[in-house]
Ligand binder design. Structure first.
Ligand code: ATP
Ligand code: MG
Length: 438
């Protein structure tokens, strides 16, 4: 296993001072898998104050002294150094009541969530792997350290971490852990929304999210209850090959690996069960499910404390996902949504389309390519689609004697509309002449 020299130097400094020190957790897992770790964590027998002292010549952040964590800020990157510890009782299923420093690396590894994360390494001792983590990594298996129900009851965030790792790494979830995820799912309501959301987004953009969505809708439904009624809901239409939840899952997985796109796809059809009706020929329809979907997205995302910007972007995409985009009306949609949200909508429609029956998917794909080309063209031409792009402004109209306020606003809106419809060209003389005529 390879450790970068600057991390190696930090371990050596701790060991030279008589402490034991290891790289630990996710970084060991990633390195064993040949993936470059996102961050390096070190665990040591040194107390935080001792680590602090040893690295007095470096920039040190006292990130979580109470939990025994100190962050060393090296020019090459940060290293989180945590003292060997166990977690005390989790009375609220959320935060350990207390942490206790312990003497051995094995005790520290025992508090960690999954066997693949309960690994430590240094060049002197080699790999420390008391729970068979390396074997489980080779087996691509996520297994709890210890009894899964107990471990999830200590910290319910582990439920989402299991789903997230499965979606990101493509690992299977061991049978006992899987049963415990279903059984303990209601504990997710105790998890702080920010922590749940971070894991949810991470999971959604994972390359293997499809099988996780198909297998765990009941878990996600704890915080997004509208998911429950989509599971097994036959759509009774030739346009679809899947039930509603399967369609949603395939759409998410087919969508671009971007948080907003996949979140919008997760919500896009959640309004369907409320809008379902079957016509005389036995065909299913879902009129208004886009509007209902927007309500659901707005309510749930707000409750989960996503940022206002994200709630707004995703809700608008859900509301618009049925829009009939054609090369002729791209300018109109560009004007209504702005470039960023129109590109988001195109990506959402790509995922949605891919999860329909084959011929619908084929046509949809081709059409969206045309739409995107047209949009690129309009942007390159610096087409006029917003008031700020008009060749006249409020001052021009005021100079013509139009009273300030509402009336100027209405005139400008009229001009923009006429330009977008192709009734007027966006040049100053033509626009001013049109104002005079009105
Ligand atoms: P990532 O690739 O997202 O960084 P990671 O496994 O490194 O994955 P971190 O949140 O960085 O996750 O945590 C580092 C290590 O701390 C984990 O590998 C695991 O050993 C331990 N850990 C983190 N969160 C928990 C938890 N909720 N319960 C038990 N152990 C945890
Ligand atoms: Mg990590």
């Amino acid at each position: 296993m390879e450790i970068p020299p600057w991390v190696e130097r930090a371990l050596a400094r701790l060991e030279d001072a008589g402490f034991s020190a290891y790289v630990v957790g996710g970084c060991v897992r990633d390195a064993l898998m040949g993936v470059r770790p996102r961050d390096w964590d070190v665990t040591t027998s040194a107390l935080p104050s001792q680590t602090n002292e040893l690295f007095a010549d470096e920039r040190v952040l006292e990130t979580g002294l109470r939990h025994g964590t100190v962050t060393l800020l090296f020019p090459e990157g940060p290293i989180e150094v945590t003292t060997f510890r166990t977690d005390g009782v989790y009375r609220d299923g959320r935060h350990p009541e207390s942490v206790q420093f312990v003497g051995s690396i094995e005790e520290d590894l025992a508090r960690r969530d999954f066997t693949m994360n309960a690994l430590a390494f240094n060049s002197r001792t080699g790999l420390i792997d008391p729970f068979g983590g390396q074997h489980d990594i080779c087996d691509t298996m996520i297994r709890a350290v210890g009894e899964p129900n107990e471990r999830l009851q200590e910290d319910a965030l582990r439920i989402m971490r299991a789903l997230r790792f499965s979606a990101c790494l493509g690992f299977e979830i061991d049978e006992n852990l899987a049963a415990a995820l279903h059984k303990n799912r209601d504990l997710l309501t105790r998890v702080a929304p920010e922590r749940f959301c971070a894991e949810l987004l991470h999971m959604l953009v994972g390359p293997f999210v499809l099988s996780v969505l198909l297998a765990y809708p009941d878990v996600l439904a704890v915080l997004i209850p509208e998911i429950a009624r989509t599971v097994g809901h036959d759509q009774k239409t030739p346009y679809h090959r899947y039930d509603i939840w399967e369609h949603i899952a395939h759409a998410v997985a087919a969508g671009k690996a971007d948080a907003r796109v996949r979140l919008a796809l997760l919500f896009h059809d959640l309004g369907k069960p409320d809008c379902f009706f079957v016509d005389e020929e036995g065909r299913g329809h879902f009129y208004g499910h886009d509007v209902r979907g927007e309500e659901i997205a707005r309510a749930r995302l707000t409750a989960l404390r996503f940022s206002n910007a994200l709630v707004e972007d995703v809700s608008v995409a859900v509301r618009s996902h049925q829009a009939s985009l054609r090369p002729e009306n791209v300018l109109r949609w560009l004007s209504d949504l702005g470039e960023d949200r129109l590109r988001l909508l195109i990506d959402v429609k790509r995922g949605d389309t891919a999860a329909h029956s084959d011929d619908v998917a084929e046509k949809g794909r081709a059409n969206l390519a045309l739409i995107e080309n047209r949009l690129d063209e309009l942007i390159a031409q610096q087409a006029c689609f917003a008031l700020r792009d008009l060749a006249v402004n409020g001052d021009d109209l005021k100079a013509m004697g139009i009273p300030e306020g509402k009336e100027i606003g209405a005139f400008l809106a009229y001009l923009l509309d006429a330009v977008i419809e192709g009734e007027l060209n966006n040049n100053r003389e033509e626009l001013l002449a049109a104002v005079k005529l009105r």
